[in-house]
Structures are given as structure tokens and as C-alpha cells.
Design a protein around this ligand. Sequence first.
Ligand code: NIG
Ligand code: FE
Length: 419
Amino acid sequence: MTHLFKNISNLVTCANPEGGPKRGKTQGDIYTVENGFLLFDKNILYAGKESDCRKFIKERGIKGIRETDCAGKTAMPGFVDSHTHLVFAGSRSDEYEMRISGCSYEEIAAAGGGIKSTVNSVRKHSKNSLYKISEKRLANFIKHGTTTLEAKSGYGLDVRNEIKMLEVIRELNAKNKFGADILPTFLGAHAVPKGMKKSDYVDLICYEMIPMIARKNLAVFIDVFCEKGYFDAAETRRILGTGKKFGMIPKLHSEQFNTIGGIDAAVELNAISVDHLEVLKKKEIGKLRKTNIIAALLPGASYFLDMVYPPAREIIANGIPAALATDFNPGSSMTENLQTIMSLASVKMKMSAEEIINAATINGAYALYRQNLCGSLEKGKQSDILLFDFPSYKDLIYHFGVNLLQVAVKKGKFIVNEL
Ligand code: NIG
Ligand code: FE
């Protein structure tokens, strides 16, 4: 079936004529068309002006087009959320309340809560039950416009349970009714499991988990929580380096609370992204310049933990491409809603609406190595399209706290339709 969205008040393509992630000045180039026309089936056939679109339809002799009038509406690419912990069980609302009354994330973790309490819950749940819980959350992502997302393991911390999590992700990717693309990341190095020496656990990750996960083809990416009290720079290098040898693409949690050499490791291993960066220092910014590493900013974690926000203005001024992601997880960012993250990026990080939209679409796609498939409305890419009930993309950022998404299309299929 061929569809035509016509008379779109504001068609935002996030086109990428120069190629490469958007950085510096181009971080703000989103390429809009007023009264735009968007022709698509499973893939985008045409995005642009009416006259050229009509010509295209005539030349190709395309018949039986279903037309939708989109006056007063804004179309843009489906959001790409490049950092989520989609799969987990249990709630940490009790810890949340402890934090609100004054305990820090680090204090709670030191007292045996935090990641470890989610590990206990995940280990108790069957694959099937984890699948069902995660499927429900996926629906929340979709409702708010995310059509491609990453999902990490990291709450199993032993061979069986890390594999269980990755199998849930694989199944969800293959079977979810939305056709959403879910990219799997192995995050065995999220914390050291109780009762195990760290050096033994790092050995287990490198000698057993990575080879097995690679053999089963369960992870595209490998991630490490490079942080004081978790994994240091040398351990991070070893784990990411081993993953890379087995064909996984490195990315890492870095500079969330401390600077301990994560950026050096990322540069050395040519990571695809460095994520968090709340405490990123000038010197580390200098190291990221001129690399192709994406800075995946997660202001939901800053908000939820009530701490400092990543220095987005400096990051962009130094030509480092910025992406925005939810970091959806039970401990530090309990939201599936990337629109909320965009509002935070505006108010708290002073990113412009244009920079934000590129960060949540095309640069997110780069952070997941999906730039040829999604992240912009360009001919030949997947039809991952959002339609909002407002006349300008600026309203997406300005009008906060409500969800004005009316239509979401994933690979040509209408998965949200409130028209
Ligand atoms: O990205 N920082 C490490 N990992 C998660 C938090 C995980 C948790 O608290 O369960 C994060 O913020
Ligand atoms: Fe995270």
C-alpha cells in the first residue's frame, strides 16, 4: 500500500546531505518543508514539495494511493532511543523515596540496593515473564514516538541470566507487534555480582560470557559501566577489547559521577558512543573532538537523581555529535518517554529545538549504526514516521508534558493511529 501524507504544515526530514553524524553547526540543521508531501510504502519514496511529489507519482505511474490530509500537523522521523535498560523486573520505588528523603544513589548501592536489587528480581523471573513485562514497556515507548531502540542486559550478572535477558531482547525484536527495531547490547559489566571477586567476574565476562554470546549472536554492542566502585579504565578496556574481537561494537557508560579514564578507553577502542557524561571535563571534551564518537546524553538520569546535567553546549561547540536517550531503567531514569527527555535537554541543557530533534533521530541512529535505515525521512530509508497534532516542530519542545503524537508509522505500518 502506498500512502501520501499531504499538506503537512511542517515536514521535518532531518536529512543528512553531508553524511556522518550531525555535529557543531549541523547539529541544528533539520531541513523542514512547509506544506510538505511525504509518499511512502515500507520505505520512503519521496519527501519534499507538492509539485515534485506529484511529478514523481505521475512518472512512476503509482496508483491506488491512500491520501491523508495533514494540514496543521508536523511530521518527523520516528525517534531513535540509543540507550535503554528495557528488560528488568521489579520496582525500585522504595529506593526512589529514600533518595527523595536524602540518600544518594551511591549510598543506596553501597547498602546493597541499586543495580543489585534489580539483579535479584531478574534472576527470579522466567524468560516468559520478563518478556511480558518488557513488551508492556515497549508499548509505552511506541506511544511516545520511539520506533527504534537499544536494550541492554546487565541485570543478570551470571552466564545463565545475562543470556536469558539477551534472549528476551532477541525475541522481543523478532516478535513485537509494532515491528519496532530493538538492538541488543551486552552489559555484563554493569556491576560485580554478590559473592564474587571482581577479577574473577571480569575473567568470566571475557572467557565465557562474550564468546558464548557471540556464538549465539545475541549482542550487536558491548557496554561497560566505567565508574568508581564498578569497573575501572583497565577493566573497561579489557572487556570492550574482548567484545570487539568477537565482533561486538563498543559503547560505554562514562563520566556519570567521576572521571576515571573512560573517555581514553572509548577513544582507544573507537567506541560508537559514550553515554551519560554528566561530569564531563574540558580535557575529556578535547579528547572526543575529531573522533566520530557520539555523545549520548541522558538528562533523565540527571533529573531523576537530581544531579548535574551533561555540558551539552560545550559538547556541541566542540563539534562532538550529540544524541539524546532515555536511559530508561528502574534506578536512575524511570521513563520510556523521549519527549520528556527533549524538554529537559531544552530547559536544563539549553539545546535548541533543532539540535534536540537531530539528537533524538539521526544522531541516535548513528549511535546504533542504523543511519542507513532510520533517523531521517529520506528516500530509500524505512518508513518510520511520526505525525504530531501541532503546526511546527517547535511545539514539540515548547508544549511540554502532554503527548500530541497522533500517528506513528513503522516500516510502513500504522502502529499509532489517533487521526
Ligand atoms: O545508566 N549507570 C548505570 N546504569 C544505569 C542505572 C542502572 C540502575 O540503577 O539500575 C544508568 O543510569
Ligand atoms: Fe544506562
